[in-house]
Every structure is written in structure tokens, then in C-alpha cells.
Design a binder for this molecule. Structure first.
Ligand SMILES: [Zn+2]
Length: 188
């Protein structure tokens, strides 16, 4: 089942919060929201655990209470807007910090955070903390949206030259399209 969810991603990020923000996509011109399907939130948590982006304690804690998908979707949209529409910047960062207050985090000896509450608040608290850490590490200016019009994926551009979330999925497709567009121009 996790493999099914994994296949929907054009690529998987090394960052937990980016994988949450990328739970929508427009591949093959069809908009899909991975979280809307029954059971996919659970699969997402399992996939993140498999990728070592969440540990067993964190997942167990989150699963203690139900997750309100609508609230996660709303949070995801606010986060995406922050990266895509820069004018919302300062308010967003304040809100982000307050999101961790709804389910304060406890840190183990290895400084891994576990939320004090499960469910929606716990998950949002963990994601918000992950984003704040990325912000403090100077990652935000490197976050870009994939250049493909039909792809909603965000990625971290460490080289300053990356255009696609995935060269295999989005890069090649655009190259192929341009090639054929040029070819048909030559023939007219
Ligand atoms: Zn893409």
C-alpha cells in the first residue's frame, strides 16, 4: 500500500514538511489530493516512517487521536501560499510558531521531538517544528516550485540551478514536448 502512495509522488523529499506540502499534484493533467482518499493519511505516516523522516514514537503518538484531514489540508495550503506568494511571509512565520503550542513537543536524549498530543494538533506541531528548523538553517530561500505547469511539487534547490522536482518525471517530459513542438514547427 505504501508503494502505491510513493508512486504518486514525482519525487520524495528528504524533508518531512516538503513531503506533506507535496501531497497534491497535477500529473497527466489530473489534479489529485493524496490526503482526500480514505486511509491515505495513515499510509503517508507509514511512508514517512519507512523513509526515516518520522520515528515509531512520533507515529504512535500521532495515531493516538484522530486526524482531521480538512485541517491538515488548510495548514498545507497556508504553507504552500507562504512559498508561492511571498507577501504573506511575516504573519505566516508567527502563526507557524504558534502551531507548535497546540501540542508542545518533548525532546528525547537525541533531541528528537515527540508531540504531547496526538491527532491533528500533534501532526501539525511536528510539521511546524520541522519547517521552523529548516527556516533557521536558511533553507527557505532555496525552496522552489517545479517548473512544469502541471506539477505542484516544491523542492530544495541546493545548487541554484535545479528547475525540476524530478529530472526523470518532469524534466524529460518537458524536453520531449519541446522537441516535438520544434519538429512540427519545422514541418509547417
Ligand atoms: Zn515536477
Amino acid at each position: 500500500m505504501i508503494k502505491k502512495l510513493e508512486a504518486r509522488y514525482s519525487y520524495l523529499s528528504d524533508y518531512l514538511f516538503i513531503n506533506l506540502l507535496n501531497t497534491i499534484n497535477g500529473r497527466n493533467n489530473i489534479f489529485t489530493d493524496f490526503l482526500e482518499e480514505e486511509g491515505l493519511m495513515d499510509e503517508w505516516l507509514s511512508l514517512m516512517k519507512e523513509r526515516s523522516l518520522l520515528n515509531s514514537e512520533q507515529v504512535a503518538k500521532i495515531n493516538e487521536s484522530p486526524i482531521d484531514i480538512k485541517k491538515i489540508q488548510l495548514f498545507r495550503e497556508q504553507c504552500r501560499a507562504f512559498f508561492l506568494e511571498p507577501e504573506t511571509k511575516s504573519i505566516f512565520l508567527e502563526n507557524l510558531a504558534s502551531n507548535t503550542e497546540k501540542a508542545p513537543l518533548f525532546f528525547d536524549k537525541a533531541f528528537r521531538p515527540t508531540p504531547s498530543k496526538g491527532g491533528t494538533d500533534g501532526l501539525i506541531s511536528l510539521i511546524a517544528y520541522d519547517m521552523l528548523t529548516a527556516h533557521h538553517n536558511g533553507l527557505f530561500p532555496k525552496i522552489k516550485k517545479c517548473k512544469s505547469d502541471t506539477c505542484y511539487a516544491l523542492f530544495v534547490d541546493t545548487s541554484g540551478r535545479r528547475k525540476w522536482c524530478s529530472m526523470e518525471v518532469c524534466g524529460n517530459r518537458t524536453k520531449v514536448r519541446k522537441y516535438y513542438a520544434k519538429k512540427s514547427e519545422e514541418h509547417t
